[in-house]
Design a protein around this ligand. Structure first.
Ligand SMILES: Nc1nc2c(ncn2[C@@H]2O[C@H](COP(=O)(O)OP(=O)(O)OP(=O)(O)O)[C@@H](O)[C@H]2O)c(=O)[nH]1
Ligand SMILES: [Mg+2]
Ligand SMILES: [Zn+2]
Length: 303
């Protein structure tokens, strides 16, 4: 190999982010543990990079290639940090155990919408749905599909809804997000039975998940598509979003924006607010406007 060929950076895909270092998949499929050159932004799962080998299966990330999309969350300091990049679809997974949290689902949908990524809602553990839960689940499905979001029901335990789930994954990169213990890793393990993927139990005391998955990891699916597993959250914080941008995160509200009497209407209690009128007319759900208001004024909703 000539000197220049040896030094030419290689292309790679970041498939695991451990924070301090990353696993980079080379174009030949080999995996290398890399550190990022100083001065680069935090490299995350889904990033496309240029890297140089430094030894057997190790390397340095030299360049971060442009990100097509970036899913953001709050960094606890008024700013944002990337959760994963180059994603086409955010799969928001929920289940009856741990409890369904509509506000959490809405927050993830807004994060996806603001990042130009398609949201998909998956209710896993459908085997736990008792007759008395049926109405609640049907309503959730109807409410989100009326807005334009697909809602799938899956059960890893009973192996139902899996084919339909797979059909939503081919030809794109998706990320699974949601509370700890809803079964994100279980769904991936169902698609990749030969992979060593860790699945946790719910705590007997709290009924909550135990944060089994600790690093964001990208998997290539046998029938096409890439699927990223992410560590479960207790809560998801969007971070600061400009008030006028926030409303655009609510797809069914978009049509009314610009129709309020005041240009800077925040749709709280202003007179002649088109969004409030749409709720009164039954065209926008009160619950969704409430999610918007909670995101706009989190301090008002602190317990
Ligand atoms: N009843 C039932 N239990 C399930 C189903 N899918 C997963 N579980 C159980 O839910 C628990 C949590 O599963 P995980 O896959 O570890 O959940 P996770 O969302 O990856 O959790 P974190 O990694 O902590 O975010 C395990 O005990 C699974 O066996 C399902 O379809 N039905
Ligand atoms: Mg997991
Ligand atoms: Zn308004």
């Amino acid at each position: 190999m000539s000197e220049t060929a040896a030094n030419r950076p290689l292309q790679g895909l970041v498939i695991v982010n451990y924070g301090k270092n990353q696993l980079v998949e080379a174009t030949d499929g080999d995996i290398h543990r890399c550190v990022a050159r100083r001065g680069l932004p935090q490299i995350v799962c889904g990033d496309e990079v240029e890297w140089q080998p430094t030894g057997k299966k190790t390397g340095v990330i030299e360049t971060l290639l442009p990100r097509r999309t970036t899913l953001l969350r709050a960094d606890g300091n008024k700013g944002h940090r990337a959760l994963a990049t180059n994603i086409d679809q955010v799969i928001i997974e929920a289940a009856l155990e741990p409890a369904l949290d509509y506000y959490l689902i809405d927050k993830y949908i807004v994060a996806a919408e603001l990042a130009n990524i398609t949201p998909l809602v998956v209710i896993n553990k459908s085997d736990l749905i008792r007759p008395e839960d049926r109405e609640r689940i049907d309503r959730l499905k109807a409410e989100y599909s009326n807005i334009g979001y697909s809602v799938l029901l899956t059960s890893v335990l009973e192996n139902t809804g899996i084919e339909e789930f797979i059909n939503h994954l081919t030809d794109k990169t998706s990320i699974l997000v949601g509370q700890s213990g809803v079964g994100k890793s279980s769904l991936i393990k169902r698609l990749l039975p030969a992979r060593d993927i860790e699945v946790g139990k719910l705590s007997a005391a709290s009924g909550l998940g135990k944060h089994t998955t600790t690093s964001t990891t990208l998997y290539h699916l046998p029938r096409g598509g890439k699927l990223i597993d992410s560590p479960g959250v207790r809560d998801f914080h969007l971070g600061e979003v400009d008030g006028s941008d926030l409303a655009y995160g609510f797809r069914e509200v978009q049509a009314y924006l610009g129709q309020c009497r005041f240009n800077d209407c925040r749709h709280l209690s202003e007179p002649h607010c088109a969004v409030i009128a749409a709720v009164a007319a039954g065209d926008v759900l009160e619950r969704r406007l409430e999610s918007y208001r909670r995101l706009l004024q989190p301090e008002k909703y602190k317990p």
